[in-house]
Design a protein around this ligand. Sequence first.
Ligand SMILES: Nc1ncnc2c1ncn2[C@@H]1O[C@H](COP(=O)(O)OP(=O)(O)OP(=O)(O)O)[C@@H](O)[C@H]1O
Length: 626
Amino acid sequence: MSEQWRRFIAGENTVSGVEPIILRSWQRSRERRVNYRLVKDTDILPAPLLRERCQAQESLVQAAEQVLPYIYRLLQGQNYMVILCDFEGYILKVVGDPPFLTRAQQVQLSPGANWREDVRGTNAIGTSISEGTAVKVLGWEHYVQENHFLSCWAAPVRNPQGKIVGVLDISGESGQRNSRFLEIALIGAKMIEQNLLLAELQKEAAISQRGLQLAGAMLRQGFIVIDNKGVIKEINQQGAQLLGKRREEIIGNTVGDVFDNTKSILFSHKRLDLQFEDNAGKEIDSRLIRVTSPEGRLLGSVGVLNLTRANVDPIESSCWVGNCAKSKQVLDIAARAAAVNVSVLLQGESGTGKEVIARYIHQLSDRREGPFVALNCAALPPNLIESELFGYAEGAFTGAKKGGQPGKFELADGGTIFLDEIGDMPANVQVALLRLLQEREVCRIGDHKVRKINVRVIAATHKDLEKLVKTGLFRLDLYYRLKVVTINLPPLRERIEDIYDLVPYFVSKACQNMGKPLLEVDREIYPYLLAYHWPGNVRELENIITGMVALAGGPQITVADLPPELRQNLFCSTKVEEGALLEEKTRLAIIEALQKTKGKIAPAARLLGMGRTTLYRKLKEYNLLK
Ligand SMILES: Nc1ncnc2c1ncn2[C@@H]1O[C@H](COP(=O)(O)OP(=O)(O)OP(=O)(O)O)[C@@H](O)[C@H]1O
């Protein structure tokens, strides 16, 4: 028993020959009235509370998981133990030589016990927390007598922000001095700190990565992130779709590997721009900006991919326009179909907006962040449909691309596939499609690998599929699989009132595409448009309006701009149509008069040459009264 310790306990305040750090700790222990003979163990966590504490300090425990056994291996067989404590001095984990662990347990140097200084007086764990530094406490330097058989070395563990989050301690029987143990404890604590830093960086990287993915999913354009070695780190579904590949096939590969047919790649420390053609010969443009470190080092690039203006598919930016009762009914069924993950069959004449509705369903569904892939079965030679839909393996046939090619179903994974003109699908492909819909898996032509896919199918046809089934041209089982929900799209002539919405929409769309200022629409053109039969439906209306906008000389499109077949049509109308036209002309005249008189009834009636009561009656009749 050391003389100094006895003199201090007897009441002396300053005793020579004691390390200052130990003396300071003795004084704190005395001030806090720690019993130097024996500690009453009131602060020992029962197993469930200890488990909770370990869970709360999960990052520390995980960071130390490999370190504790590593340090122990350096000391194994010499009767030592290695201890991990949290920032409050609770022992969380121990590894050690069994005989010493048993001895240590007698003084509660075991999991759940608290070794803070104010509980157990001077000890390596508690004193290193109080002093915020590595410390060794040997034999009699322990304030509590029953701990004099111990020699301990401890170093605090700090988080990346510099806060003490725990302690790594090495303890053994006193007398076995080892001058290197404090260093070993310090190395152990450093290793835990580095693991904590690594975990924090990984967490931050995961947040940034996920953030990039979500930001990409919110964009309608392609979105790409490339590192300074040209490796693609991230691309969204839209970008992958533009390149005709799956995201997984792109991420991790270099720009050179992914962009075949690259027209020009400028990849230097100053610029990084790409312009290339996809397989269908569409030009794709990228607008990339450099990402640099605070010191100006090039880290990579981030940017958007777009079809060049000439290749932009106008339907991409279209939405359903029209608000008549029939339109509302279509939108209502579409919205209800979108909410459930079932196949949808769209039936309607050509140009009635089947693709518009298919996209609407996709956008409303919870697949909206996934791809929308369209394939027109009538636009491809029958022998190509199968490979387009299911893809092919390398060497599947002469001319097959190196590395093979994914099919539309693979590209649509996680999203929606729109199969237009399904009635034109060859019989052999119908069989394969049915199998795919049943098994929910796809196998590229000439390949053995089966890939699971998760795709919603929306099929469309202008043909009478039921008739095709009866004549044996379409499989009954496939027909039933596809028509879980059927939506019939009315031709434009059955929702003719929508012309009042469609015309201004197409005018503004055309003006925007042609870079013209917005043209006004002379209401005189409506009777002509309403009287026409629209065999080509909405597509024909859009084409006519686009043509009128292109040729319009003034700030307004007028009857004079109408193509001859529409102007003639008004004069060739039947008696019934004439009556309807007269009504429409009256309605337009009333609207115009009210516009001129700023809604005042009496002057409008005067302008129109009718009595006020007649004007009121007409307003009611035409539903113009607000
Ligand atoms: N309700 C609508 N609102 C806005 N645009 C529409 C509407 N219906 C059709 N269109 C436009 O008409 C054109 C034809 O539409 P879409 O391609 O969807 O028709 P479809 O029925 O799929 O035709 P097809 O059977 O010939 O493939 C597109 O340019 C589309 O933007």
